[in-house]
Design a binder for this molecule. Sequence first.
Ligand code: 4NP
Length: 184
Amino acid sequence: MTGLPPGRTPGRYAVALVCLGNICRSPMADVVLSARIAEAGLDDRVSVESCGTGDWHVGGRMDHRAAATLTTAGYDASRHRAQQLDGSWADRFDVLLAMDESNLAGIRSATSAVGGAGKRMMLFRAFDPVDPGGEVPDPYYGGDTGFEEVLAMVERTTDAIVAALVVELALELGHADDRGSDRS
Ligand code: 4NP
């Protein structure tokens, strides 16, 4: 199973989801991952945010087709407001998951990633249990079925990410216990 990079600090494990416009793919992944984390009772151990490498939609709501696809599937798409990636994201997040290769390149250039920070940047679909390592195709210029395909990819990949988060959080607890026993 693909693993997540170790958490950098003892606080909540911070996940960033990154696409181009932050109105279609990464907001859909943000809503689904946040819902699954809440269902797993991990709200106080994991935080999730999304952003885009572009600035066109900053402050705006999700694309109406992305929101409709999520709403039909029972999710709340109303709270999203688009944000743009900047250099601070590499410092603030334990992992940055890019929807496609060009988003991954965008993260690297916006954050000037070198050394350790580069290892915290991965393709979101590295965790896809059906077809790992591919891209989440951009549905912005296509029809409604593109959004349904994105949701199916996002849901199955998110389940695997939550499983990886459970493993990572258990490892962190183990390390904290080790530190505790060192002190005794
Ligand atoms: P996203 O899709 O990266 O999945 O949010 C896009 C949304 C808007 C644009 C491009 C892609 N745009 O060029 O405005």
